[in-house]
Every structure is written in C-alpha cells, then in structure tokens.
Design a protein around this ligand. Structure first.
Ligand SMILES: Cc1ncc(COP(=O)(O)O)c(C=O)c1O
Length: 374
C-alpha cells in the first residue's frame, strides 16, 4: 500500500539513537537541550522547548498564552489538536472560514476583529506547509495587539518572504510536530518556539509538573508553583531529531520535486492542485481538489477504488473541526464557512514523502487520472 506519508529512517539515525540508549541518562537531558538549541537555530527563534508531541506543544502554549474564556479565532481546516488545545484551557475557539490556499482567511479575521474587540487571540495553521501570509499577520498583530500562535506542525523549513516558519517574527509562539508523517521525526515529539524569555521560562515549568528548584531550597526540595504536566521528551528521541534535522533540507527538496512533478502532471486535467509551487511551502502534504459534481465518480468511490484496486491510500485533510459531534454539542457547527464546506467536498491528499520513488509518483498520477476518467 502506498500511504500519503512515511518517515525516512536510515542507519545514521539508528546509530545516533542507540548511542543515547546505551548511556546512563535516557530521558530529558543534555541531548534534549542540544536539540532545542538546533531547532531554535534552524527556525530563527530565540527559544525552543521540546516536548512529547505536537498536541502537548499546543496545550502548554495555550496554558501559557490564554486565560479561561479568552476568545480565539481559529481554522476549521486543521487536525483536531489545534482547537482542542484552546478548549483544554477553558478558552473559546471561534471558527473562521478558509481562503483559497486552505489557510484561515486573514481578511475575514480582520473583519471580525474590527467588530468584536473582545477577541484576544488568533491560532492559525500553516496548512500543508504553506505559511500564513506574514504581511497580513503583522498588520493584524500591530493593529489589534492580540496573541498570535502559528501552528507550524506542517511547515518546518518553510520560508515566507525571508521569514522562516517558527521564527515567530509576527507571532508570540509557534509549534512543530515530529510525528512520523511530518518532515522529520522523533517517533512522537513536538516543540514550541518563541522569542519571549518569559514565555520560555513558563513553558519549561509547565512541561515539568509546575515544579521549580531554586538555590534557596534544600537540594532535594522543589516548589510547585502552578499546575503543570509531564510533557517531557526523551534524549534518545532528541538524538533521532538531531540526526533528522541534518537531513531536513534534503527531505524538503525531495518533497518540492514531487510537488513540481504533480503540478505539471495535472495541468489541463480535472485535478486542481490546492496551489502550484510558490517557493514558500515546505509541503507536508500535496492537496488537490476535484469537482466531483461534474464527474460520474464520487469522492468515496475514488477513495475505495484507489485503495482496493491500486493499493494507493489517499488521505483527507481535513474534516471541518467545527462539525465534529463533540464541537456540535458545544454549540458549534452552524458557522458560515462556505469555502471550507466546498473545499471538504473536493479535497484529498496524494502520497508525498522523500522515499516515494519516481516510478511510484508516476503510478499515482496514472492511476488517479485513470480512475477519474473512468
Ligand atoms: C496542524 C497540526 N497541529 C497539531 C498536530 C498535533 O501533533 P502531534 O500529532 O505531534 O500531537 C498535528 C498532527 O497531526 C497537526 O497536523
């Protein structure tokens, strides 16, 4: 089966991890610190806190940034974790429709902010690896002085007009995920980057049960100053992360070359790429849209046919979060999101990962067009 995403683990990764596993200290320690330093260097942010996964990164960032009841503009087109993290801390997500590129519509956000000054935060997602429009983000940040978090789980390595994903030039914090389908992996893992020392220090405490140690305490003592969690990542995972980070530019280059091949193959067909290569996306996924209302085949039939007859597993990114049963129980689901609704009817993601061979790419293209053309 050809899946939509897959990790690339080679011998050097395994060696790096085994070295840490044979040492005395295997959980959060010096290798985690080194990994944090390198992620901060790579993304251009001052500080980085590595954690056990991207969801925990969002949770801890939300604990540090939001208060109970804070209203947060966010997108329905993401993995559940983005808006769940707002709910975890008793804050209130407000779902805003998406723009043509699948990202939250920042013009709509502005219209809403103009009308409602009680909204104090915006959580945007660099969907598919395509960063949020940084000019608009800066404009919103400067004009409305709200908290901004960039969910860059899809976008490590992306650059928008010289601004690196995770550098937090126009946001308070950014998060990454190192799940195996992402650009680089630590098995499970995540990180928060920020330029605020205060936020960084808060996050370190939240990652470790709210505990602090000071010189004034006896050596075995600690003070619990807030209700924290165990969000720690292990040193052997971070050894894998350091090894993967070295290869990240090559991984992204491979993804971009696949994107360009898909772009060219679907020209003048019914398959419309979500966007053509724009020099900005680091391509976690390659999303296309098809107007099934004009075809004999439905999206479900396409999905089943590719899986059963061609061993190709498409993926759908994403079901609208606000229409999930849990969110409906909370009163969501009736927002006006016509772009998201149409997008969900039409979208699916094609296999894209560094180990996808030229032959497999051609097989995906040929099979997809064959099934769509009946
Ligand atoms: C946009 C987005 N945010 C957050 C997450 C959560 O990351 P993790 O799976 O590492 O918890 C994901 C993971 O799929 C994601 O795609």
């Amino acid at each position: 089966m050809i899946h939509y995403g897959k990790q690339t683990i080679t011998k050097d990764d395994i060696t790096a991890m085994s070295e840490v596993l044979s040492s005395d200290l295997i959980t959060t320690g010096p290798v985690t610190k080194e990994f944090e330093k390198e992620i901060a260097n790579f993304s251009g942010a001052r500080y980085c806190v590595a954690v056990s996964n991207g969801t925990v990164a969002l949770h801890l960032a939300s604990l540090a940034l939001l208060k109970e009841g804070t209203k947060v503009l966010t997108t329905p087109n993401s993995f559940l974790a983005t808006s769940n993290s707002i709910l975890y801390v008793g804050a209130k997500p407000i779902f805003v429709d998406i723009a043509e590129d699948g990202n939250i519509d920042l013009d709509l956000c502005e219209e809403i902010l103009q009308k409602d000054s009680s909204i104090k935060a915006l959580y945007g997602v660099a969907f598919s690896g395509n960063m949020l429009n940084q000019k608009k983000l800066k404009y919103i940040k400067d004009k409305y002085n709200i908290i901004i978090l960039e969910d860059n789980a899809h976008a490590i390595g992306a650059v928008y007009d010289g601004i690196q994903a995770g550098s937090c030039v126009n946001s308070d914090a950014s998060i990454f995920s190192f799940h195996p389908v992402k650009h680089m992996t630590t098995g499970e893992g995540g990180a928060i980057t920020t330029n605020s020392k205060e936020l960084y220090e808060k996050l370190l405490i939240l990652r470790n049960h709210g505990m602090v140690k000071t010189d004034k305490l006896k050596p075995w003592e600690y003070n619990m100053v807030t209700l924290g969690f165990n969000g720690r990542i292990t040193d052997f995972q971070c050894a894998l992360g350091l090894s993967q980070l070295k290869k990240l530019p090559d991984f992204i280059e491979k993804r971009v070359s696949i994107a360009k091949k898909y772009d060219a193959a679907f020209k003048d067909t019914v398959v419309r790429p979500l966007y053509l290569y724009n020099g900005k996306s680091s391509y976690h996924i390659y999303v296309v849209k098809v107007d099934f209302s004009k075809l004999k085949i439905s999206k479900l039939d396409l999905y089943n046919s590719l899986r059963d007859k061609y061993s190709i597993a498409l993926q759908i990114h994403y079901m609208p979060i606000n229409k999930q049963p849990y969110y409906k129980e909370l009163g969501y689901g009736d927002e006006s999101t016509p772009n998201m609704d149409r997008y969900y009817e039409e979208c699916f993601s094609l296999p894209m990962y560094p180990l996808l061979s030229d032959e497999e790419q051609e097989y995906v293209i040929k099979s997809l067009l064959e099934v769509l053309n009946g």
